[in-house]
Design a protein. Structure first.
Lengths: 419, 263
């Protein structure tokens, strides 16, 4: 009986503790998704005239932690309206960049709410043309919508599995030089994972660096480094839309979820675009077929070690010697001679390059037909010249090239007895 | 009111107890002595101490001493004594606002308005409170330092103005003190005055000028449509028709009340 009583008291105590813990945190903001739902709920209630409900949700968010700035703005508007002093969203706030940012956040979140979920799954970003076999997920960022989408590779086609609100650089898109506080636009790969414990708290639970500047960026003399996808300050539910030095910053729960989905996998492609261009899923892409054929011809010519014929695939006659990005693969004669055997294109991936009109980036493996092993992974930037012929603009060994080595390393390490 | 009865019953009990022995003797003895002791050091802590007039004086004095919490407590007592006075509601809300408990202040004003629909000042003050609260939340939303934040910026003048309450009391019981302007009268009980003679003379309650209200934005409404001359499209996008109606009701309510009183 006594024990039961103690147990009861303990349970009671635990319950009180649990309730007080719940009350002190923001139920509505337990994740970025829940927060967005709450913002949408406040706005819908406002639009439907349920002001008390709108105000009660907004107040709860405002009073709790982490800090929810957009909900606070809506709450302040509701208060101002009761004083009869509201003329626009944030009408009484000091007009400036911060308010514009919050209004933009309200806009993008509301627009996302207005999107039809079924339709969204039937559309894909036009730039994701073909996904390679080795790609499990693609991360796609639409900067104008402050949105990051995760697509799963289903037989080479992207299938939407999740999306999140995302913060970009203070000055917006199109990074050019180091310190310009812009987010790069282009096709990148995740290069690793850095645990949050080893980073300052403003990065949240962790960070996934990407390989900016890539071969094209270097060709175009773009500078800078350290572009990551990461979380946010622990006291904020999220940053406002333009608030990083060029990184993509997610809500902390969203980041963890995101990281789990892509399994923090190296070489996961990250396509960052200024504005999304939706096309129907499964729409026949003529460019894909053309480029697939041209690249197959390129690898065959390459195998023949015909320098003169190979040159015709490139924008300019490739320079000889080292150091030039253009035509690196044929600059080095020894490379050609080494792989004199017939090669074929495998694990072919193709993206329409964001921010560069008519440019496409292909990433693929060159496989030895006889031994059926990949000899190398290549990345090529293709564009049609004035007479309509596809030409390689920039070429490099793919960042994913180390994947082959990595695979062999893993194979050999597995054979060793574990210590 | 309750306290009044408690004391009366206690006094009645005491007088009875001193007359003859009864089983409650042991219980009452201790408290009886305590009351006598107190009565000797502080003369006349009696019924008059809970007269509204002296309570008001006490509240003002305590507030001047900076003890807002106690002033709130006494004002709540005062509200129990005179539950329908808009001035008391207003002043209680004022104290809460000084204490920066705007939610509570709004709550008090709203119940005050519910009892007294035509007391213009409460509507004005409610609006001021909403504006002040909105201002603070806007600052938080924009990540600017808030007035109660670390930058130490404090608003010295209270948002709500004090409304002096005039209560007719028996002339034999009261004296009147006038403030600097000479026309507002604070009732003071005779006993209370005797008790605090020197203090009463010294009390100078600051006359707070009515702050000009921020201008009301011109919002034009028609019966089935709405238009915001100065509004950007975003208001219409996010807070369409119904919200406009909401604002309309809030606004017209305020204006109507003000006109009624002024007329």
């Amino acid at each position: 009986m006594k024990l039961e009583h103690k147990l009861f008291v303990f349970c009671h105590f635990a319950l009180v503790l649990a309730i007080s813990a719940i009350l002190s945190t923001n139920l509505y903001a337990s994740s970025g998704k829940d927060y967005e739902k709450a913002i949408v709920k406040i706005t819908s209630n406002l639009r439907n005239g349920n002001f008390e409900t709108a105000q009660s949700i907004a107040k709860d968010l405002h009073d709790g932690k982490p800090a929810t700035r957009l909900a606070s703005l809506l709450y302040a508007d509701l208060l101002a309206a009761q004083a009869g002093a509201l003329s626009s969203v944030g009408g009484l706030a000091s007009q400036g960049k911060e308010l514009r940012n919050l209004k933009h956040e309200l806009n993008v979140r509301w627009n996302r709410h207005l999107q039809n979920e079924t339709l969204l799954k039937q559309k894909v970003p036009a730039s994701l043309i073909q996904l390679g076999n080795s790609t499990e997920h693609v991360v796609y960022a639409d900067l104008s919508a402050s949105r990051i989408y995760i697509y799963q590779n289903r037989n080479g086609a992207p299938y939407l599995i999740n999306d999140y609100y995302v913060t970009q650089g203070l000055k917006g898109a199109l990074k050019q030089v180091e310190g310009d506080q812009r987010t790069p636009v282009g096709v990148y790969y995740i290069t690793g994972y850095i645990a949050g414990a080893t980073l300052p708290s403003r990065y949240g639970p962790g960070a996934l660096p990407i390989n900016y500047p890539n071969a094209l960026d270097i060709e175009l003399s773009r500078t800078g480094y350290g572009i990551w996808i990461h979380g946010t300050e622990p006291y904020l539910v999220n940053r406002s839309p333009y608030a990083s030095d060029g990184c993509l910053s997610l809500n902390n729960t969203d980041f963890k979820h995101f990281n789990r989905l892509i399994q923090q996998k190296r070489f996961t492609p990250v396509v960052i675009e200024k504005a999304i261009d939706w096309v129907d899923l499964g729409a026949r892409n003529q460019t894909k077929i053309q480029l697939r054929n041209v690249i197959q011809k390129w690898t065959e010519t390459y195998s023949q070690a015909n320098h003169k014929k190979l040159s015709t695939f490139y924008k300019d006659p490739p320079k000889t010697g080292t150091g030039a990005t253009k035509g690196v693969l044929i600059d080095n004669q020894t490379t050609i001679l080494n792989y004199e055997q017939t090669t074929e294109v495998v694990d072919f991936e193709l993206f329409q390059y964001p921010g560069e009109s008519g440019l496409y980036v292909a990433e693929f493996g060159q496989r030895n037909k006889k031994s059926a092993t990949q000899v190398r992974r290549v990345q090529q930037y293709w564009k049609k010249d004035s007479s309509g012929n596809w030409k390689i603009q920039v070429e490099s060994i793919s960042p994913k090239n180390s994947m082959i080595k990595l695979a062999t390393e893993i194979k050999s390490s597995n054979q060793k007895p574990s210590s | 009111m309750q306290i009044y009865w408690v004391i009366l019953i206690l006094l009645a009990g005491l007088s009875q107890a001193s007359g003859q022995a009864n089983p409650a003797d042991a219980l009452l003895e201790g408290s009886g002595i305590a009351i006598e002791d107190e009565a000797m050091s502080l003369p006349a802590p009696s019924i008059s101490a809970i007269e509204p007039g002296s309570l008001i004086l006490q509240i003002e004095e305590i507030e001047l001493d900076g003890n807002v919490k106690e002033a709130i407590m006494l004002n709540e007592q005062l509200l129990e004594l005179i539950p329908n006075s808009p001035e008391v509601f207003n002043n209680l809300a004022r104290l809460h606002s000084i204490n920066r408990d705007y939610d509570k202040a709004i709550e008090v004003l709203e119940s005050g308005i519910a009892t007294n629909k035509t007391f213009d000042i409460m509507h004005q003050n409610l609006r001021k409170l909403f504006l002040e609260l909105a201002r603070q939340v806007y600052q938080e939303a924009l990540n600017e330092p808030t007035s109660n934040g670390s930058n130490g910026e404090q608003k010295d003048t209270p948002i709500i103005n004090l409304v002096r309450l005039k209560i007719p009391l028996k002339e034999s019981e009261i004296n009147f003190a006038t403030d600097r302007s000479g026309h507002l009268q604070t009732p003071i009980t005779i006993e209370n005055k005797a008790l605090r003679k020197d203090k009463v003379v010294d009390i100078v309650i600051p006359v707070i000028e009515d702050e000009p209200l921020p201008p009301v934005k011109e919002i034009i409404f028609t019966d089935d449509a709405y238009d915001f001359p100065s509004a950007s499209n975003d208001l219409i996008q996010f807070y369409p028709t119904h919200s406009a109606l909401f604002m309309k009701s809030a606004l017209t309510y305020m204006v109507k009340q003000s006109n009624e009183v002024r007329a």
